[in-house]
Design a protein around this ligand. Structure first.
Ligand SMILES: [Zn+2]
Length: 258
């Protein structure tokens, strides 16, 4: 009981401190949405019939393929300045190489989710090899974040590299109670362009979809460079940011995060 009270007091202090650090005109995170994989096994209208229950002009910010020293740090700095929480679909290989960076993502309140170990095109491998690759990614990310990996990943969210899924792998993840994230729109930031072009393109797409699950790639310098202006534009245009998190039972207490 005492321990629970202390935990609550610490949580309240951390939350107040985080709010206190926000500039008055920060974009901020409007609300937190818990995504239960049993209710939402596959989401994102680009590939699936269902998406998250978002209101018009609500955006879920997601970043794939990191962490990458340099650009990922600039992305985190930009999010912090605007008091915005995002979701990072990280690679096991990159997380093992840069554990401090994925831990920074977690400690700054972001959701750290999964994107395989080394980013192969999973539907061009045997189902067994693809499953092993996915599991290897879960384990490497949780080892980097928590120093241990259990049978199920702490955050049961996965995005297929290149959106290359197939029925067998989707069924496998549904059985494992892992929510598969697609996207409602993306920045196409795998194509080289200037930060100004990148900003214009993504704002144009956002006006068309009126929000949704938005995919960026945090290792891309053009994305890191335009993010501060993008977040300012969200604020100016009346968009709000929704932070997606897994159901509570899956989230470890702060004392388990080292
Ligand atoms: Zn990717």
């Amino acid at each position: 009981m005492l321990r629970a009270l202390v935990a609550l007091a610490v949580a309240a202090t951390v939350s107040t401190a985080a709010q206190g650090a926000c500039p008055a005109d920060a974009l901020g995170t409007a609300r937190v949405l818990t995504v239960d994989p049993t209710a939402y096994p596959r989401i994102g209208r680009k590939h699936f019939p269902q998406t998250l229950p978002l209101r018009p002009k609500e955006v879920v910010l997601t970043f794939d393929d990191g962490p990458e020293p340099g650009p990922t740090e600039r992305v985190l700095d930009a999010l912090k300045r605007e008091c915005v929480k995002a979701s990072f679909f990280v690679l096991g290989r990159a997380s093992a190489a840069h554990p401090a960076l994925v831990r920074r993502e977690l400690s700054e309140g972001h959701t750290v989710a999964h994107h395989s170990f080394r980013h192969p095109i999973l539907n061009r491998m045997s189902v067994e090899a693809a499953q092993a690759e996915i599991e290897h990614g879960f384990a490497a990310v949780d080892m980097a974040l928590y120093g241990k990996a259990e049978r199920s990943p702490v955050t049961p969210f996965f995005r297929f590299p290149g959106f290359a899924s197939n029925r067998a792998l989707l069924d496998f993840l549904e059985r494992r109670r892992i929510a598969v994230f697609g996207a409602d729109l993306w920045a196409s930031d795998w194509n080289p362009m200037t930060p100004a072009q990148q900003l214009a393109l993504v704002l144009d797409r956002l006006e068309q979809t009126r929000g949704g699950i938005l995919l960026f790639h945090d290792p891309r310098p053009q994305t890191a460079a335009m993010l501060p202006a993008f977040l300012r534009a969200l604020k100016g245009r009346g968009y709000s940011v929704v932070h997606v998190i897994p159901p509570e039972k899956a989230v470890p207490s702060a004392s388990q995060v080292r």
